[in-house]
Design a protein. Structure first.
Length: 548
């Protein structure tokens, strides 16, 4: 009996998974920046959502990775649960693309040439889309070279009595094979599990009867990655993960009793299918691919009209918690870091949340000034809000730092810097309010100072204008509307002119000898200066937001 070349088997295994990783990273870099744009166009159309899910999974090379991404999108309120389920159904279809490529026997004949071309593109091109495309080629070259090594190394298993006994055991015990498929898919992902199965089929060691439960198990196992990620997300993210695994388990339960019938059907139709897919191997490798395509295609067709019941079941299993959660960043998900476009979307949502806390501080600041000696409750609240602002800004800063600059395009690098700057600007506004405005409120309270009626009306009017500008800036960050930017810049200039006018009005009151104006003059002018600086920061935030 010919000796099994274990070094070739394990070496092929290593090349195969290294290639999958490289191809995924390259495809992410090529397509990641467009994901948000496409996402905005699928909100009300289930078919488009399905197609988007297939596209993203082809890019990420894993439906599990797509599920993790969707958990982040739903947490960030970029998608509803209904939309996410439609995308998940498309993701299941997207997994069939890579598996189909793996079943094309002669692809491995060109693997070394593809590796060479990809290596040259990676080495000679410094930046840009061609460099990322070179990484994709390099990755797929290693995938097919690894498949070839594994297939050749496994040929002697056909003559091994012990190996054939093990394979016979799996053929006779489909439930055990299903569980093995689940475990392998958890460890290797579904594409990896099916890739190994196809390599064994090419070497003649795996029959369709044994492979089918493995295919079903791989489809369940790929959901576990998202399920584990969901455990660390909020209830909305957990619902996405549970909806995915529920759809797979229901489908497997419906199909499993009819495995013999399905096996016969695939074997009888595999040659006919070649008329539509001439590159598909008519033997067991191609039949494994057919089984995977049929299962996921049927799953999508079955659940697409049943999204509402699936959503309802997910919501029943994962109800909305009644108790308040401990304060922490809400949208920053570590699982999203490998897709920069997604990570940036998460950061933007957290920045909007941060801006909301600063906006509340700004609104409270005038009330704090007006209450004088009774303002201590407001002062304490301002300090608590500032602690939250500091915590969120720090979390955003460290989260952005975890995104490797080397893997970013120039546009993504500018966006990363813009998000960091906006977060810091919001934090500086919060510090200005919690330190300088609080100090002015305390100073006024200690002196028992009272603003003149005219002076107080001026401060209220100026404060209202700055608050309106802040609200406009938040709208711009949320919706990125160009017409709002022009409107805000006009407001900024108007407020700058207004500040000078109000200073002059205050000087006029001093010249008239108003006692209240004398007593609170420095406080009045400092409040105007503080609000004026905040207005300048708002303008800077909107200017930087043009990079988002």
């Amino acid at each position: 009996m010919e000796t099994i070349h274990w070094s070739f088997l394990f070496g092929g295994f290593t090349f195969f998974f290294f290639g999958l990783t490289q191809a995924r990273l390259g495809l992410e870099a090529l397509a990641g920046g467009r994901m948000r744009t496409i996402l905005g166009k699928i909100a009300s159309n289930r078919i488009l959502a399905l197609l988007f899910g297939a596209f993203v999974t082809i890019m990420l090379q894993s439906s599990g990775a797509t599920s993790v991404m969707l958990i982040s999108f739903v947490e960030s309120q970029l998608l509803t649960l209904t939309q996410a389920i439609a995308v998940l159904l498309g993701a299941d279809i997207g997994t069939t693309f890579t598996v189909f490529l793996l079943s094309i026997r002669h692809m491995s004949d060109y693997s070394l040439t593809v590796i060479f071309i990809g290596f040259l593109m990676q080495g000679l091109i410094r930046r840009g889309r061609l460099k990322y495309f070179g990484r994709v080629l390099l990755g797929f070259g290693f995938v097919f070279y690894g498949m070839s090594l594994m297939s050749d190394a496994a040929l002697p298993l056909k003559e091994s009595a012990s190996a054939q006994e093990v394979l016979s055991f799996f053929a006779d015990n489909p439930l055990v094979t299903l569980l093995v498929g689940i475990v392998f898919s958890i460890v290797l992902h579904s594409a990896g599990t099916l890739g190994v199965a196809i390599a064994l089929a090419f070497s003649g060691n795996l029959t369709l009867e044994t492979a089918l439960p493995l295919v079903l198990g791989a489809n369940i196992g790929t959901c576990v990655t998202a399920l584990m990620c969901g455990l660390h997300s909020n209830y909305e993210g957990r619902r996405v993960a549970i909806a995915h695994i529920l759809s797979k388990m229901i489908a497997v339960c419906l199909v499993f009793p009819f495995l013999p019938t399905l096996t016969t059907f695939i074997q009888e139709t595999s040659f006919s299918i070649r008329a539509f897919l001439p590159k598909l191997d008519p033997g067991v490798p191609g039949q494994i691919v057919m089984a995977h395509i049929l299962f996921n295609g049927a799953l999508a067709l079955f659940f697409l009209p049943l999204i509402a019941p699936l959503r309802w079941l997910s919501e029943k299993l994962i109800p909305e918690p009644k108790e308040l959660e401990e304060f922490r960043p809400k949208y920053l998900d570590a699982a999203a870091l490998h897709v920069p476009a997604l990570a940036f979307a998460q950061v933007k949502q957290e920045i909007l949340r941060l801006g909301g806390f600063v906006q509340q501080q700004l609104k409270k600041s005038l009330k704090m000034l007006s209450r004088g000696v009774n303002a201590y409750d407001e002062i304490e609240e301002m300090g608590q809000e500032d602690d939250k602002i500091d915590e969120l800004e720090k979390a955003i800063r460290f989260y952005l730092a975890k995104i490797s600059v080397e893997n970013l395009s120039e546009e993504e690098a500018r966006r990363q810097l813009a998000l960091l700057t906006i977060g810091q600007d919001f934090e500086e506004i919060g510090d200005t309010l919690s330190k300088e405005m609080v100090a002015l409120a305390k100073k006024k309270a200690e002196r028992h100072g009272i603003f003149s009626d005219a002076g107080w009306n001026d401060l209220k009017s100026f404060h209202k204008s700055v608050c309106e500008n802040f609200e406009l800036a938040m709208e711009i960050l949320t919706h990125a509307a160009p017409e709002l930017k022009e409107r805000l810049q006009e407001h900024v200039k108007s407020i700058e002119r207004k500040e000078q006018q109000l200073r002059q009005s205050h000087l006029n009151r001093l010249s008239q000898g108003l006692k209240e104006s004398f007593d609170t003059s420095s406080i009045h002018l400092d409040v105007l200066s503080t609000l004026g600086r905040i207005n300048g920061k708002i303008s800077h935030i909107v200017h930087v937001a043009e990079e988002l």
